[in-house]
Design a protein around this ligand. Structure first.
Ligand code: HEM
Length: 245
């Protein structure tokens, strides 16, 4: 019954995700205001905003597999509700919010860099990009996030048709750019990015299995029912109808 309960309390779930995602930024703003960012405030800001963006990217990418896993689990446990992928369409709407938060933290991260590290000196920025390839990888990730954020509205989803899905495959390129960015900045012998890498590689591998149709053969969900774009449009329609009725 959890599936039905969550669907019926979508507004509360949406708000919880909103506040949880806003928390790292709000906490950093508080520490900044109280001058309590530790001995290296710039590093604290850069590391926390960068990490928040990457973690939110992973959670965004988790939504598609999670929807299938939950449907399969409901089938296995013979639940009355939750067996169809469509029963979990509301998760797709949460994904939009999560993706936008990922973009927000990436922007904040780049803003901190430009304002405090580069001190708005664009010559210095160019020198940094030449000397530190991880800056270029980060910039590539940020630039790829822009069209994804811009086209996340319902109007753009409708307008772009099938191309919306193609465009949004860029999310995987953002993940790769983010990982390259993270690994490249590591000093030799440091393995900090391993957990993020493992999670993202599993999610990327999952997407490959999904695209090649291997998963559909295994769990019986055909491509049509699992179309994220259709699900997102349907979910938005349902929410609008719910609000107007
Ligand atoms: C213009 C774009 C970007 C610039 C200039 C930039 C720059 C930086 C810099 C200077 C650092 C700190 C390096 C250090 O500690 O010495 C950093 C860390 C990091 N950045 Fe970026 N970055 C950008 C985009 C991104 C994006 C799009 C993501 C995620 C998708 C990201 C994720 C991270 C992560 C995970 C860290 C390391 C955090 C940690 O140490 O725990 N960055 N970035």
């Amino acid at each position: 019954m959890l599936a039905a309960w969550l669907k019926n309390h979508f507004d509360a779930v949406w708000r919880s995700v909103f506040f949880a995602s806003a928390f790292p930024g709000a906490y950093l703003a508080y520490l900044f205001q109280t001058e309590d960012l530790g001995s290296n405030p710039l590093a604290t800001l850069m590391q926390n905003t960068g990490r928040s963006s990457l973690v939110l990217l992973s959670i965004t990418l988790l939504v598609t597999p999670l929807r299938r896993w939950l449907s399969n689990l409901s089938k296995l446990t013979h639940r009355r509700y939750g067996k169809r992928l469509a029963d979990w369409n509301w998760l797709i709407k949460l994904r939009r919010q999560l993706g936008l938060w990922c973009f927000f933290y990436a922007l904040l991260h780049a803003g901190v860099y430009v304002n405090f590290d580069m001190a708005l000196d664009w010559q210095q920025g160019l020198r940094d990009a030449r000397e530190k390839p991880y800056i270029v990888a980060g910039l590539a990730g940020l630039l790829m996030l822009v069209p994804l954020a811009v086209t996340s509205t319902q109007r753009m989803i409708r307008q772009l048709g099938r191309n919306w899905r193609r465009l949004h495959s860029l999310t995987y390129a953002v993940a790769i750019a983010g990982l390259l960015h993270f690994w490249w900045m590591m000093k030799p012998g440091l393995w900090t990015p391993w957990p993020d890498t493992l999670v993202l590689l599993i999610l990327l591998g999952y997407r490959v299995l999904l695209r090649t149709g291997i998963l559909a053969r295994w769990d019986g969900f055909d491509g049509q029912e699992s179309s994220d774009r259709a699900a997102l449009l349907q979910q938005t329609r349902e929410t609008t109808e719910g609000k107007t009725s």
